[in-house]
Design a protein around this ligand. Sequence first.
Ligand SMILES: [Zn+2]
Length: 267
Amino acid sequence: MTSSQEALECKKVTRKRVDVILRLFGFEPKALLDAMETHGAIISGSAALAALFPLSFMPGDIDFYAGQHKTDSFCQWLIANTRYRLVKPSAPAAQSEVEGSYSLACRSIGKVLTLQDGQLGMKINVVETISSEPFAAVFSFYTTLVMNVITHAGVGCAYPDLTAERIGVRTRSNSPARILLEGRIRTMNSRGFTVEMGWDSQAVQAIIRGHACGEGRSCHVGERQARSNRGLLWMTFEEKRGAEMESFIPNVSWRLPQEKSCNDFAN
Ligand SMILES: [Zn+2]
């Protein structure tokens, strides 16, 4: 196979992996991806991680992220075109607990709407981000392991070296969310993933040792720009091939909280 044939195969496989997940949740993939494009919604969290590890684990739900003022129109589309219906929280306290759990695991979250397919029993969440650009929220997640996205055009992974080895780094240590985050990490562990406490962990250093500091996707130091060569490892779906990556990936930068520079780990 030539490298261009291989690239085409990769694109087909990526889309198939996404289709498998979306169908498990009762969606018609093309219709849903088109609606995500129209309403500016993306998928992140465990469903996006599952797309990178096919047949490895089944996500418990799908988390959609939509920009400010976009969640209502996307929910209306879901209700009109799928079997998903809004789950009424039993009490305001229960709803604020759901929203609290998202805002603690990821900064920059507004409201969270939960919908359920009454026939399949599957649940999905539509999370409104404070920013108009939902990509921005992904880079404020509690671990690098979930900084992955499924969009209408492809799949992106922000920390591919570590993620490929099923390892993430926790981006926040002690906070009021400690107990919540420990619960999420236990779920990750049960799915065969490890979340290390910091970049100085031996397991992490074994993977990223020797990288050129300040360059590429292995380095946690400094600002990264989603579209640049320090941006996302990006796999475009076959049907979107030929279009510029810039048309799919927003102009978003992020910087992880960092205690030490890479040089401090050298000895
Ligand atoms: Zn570095």
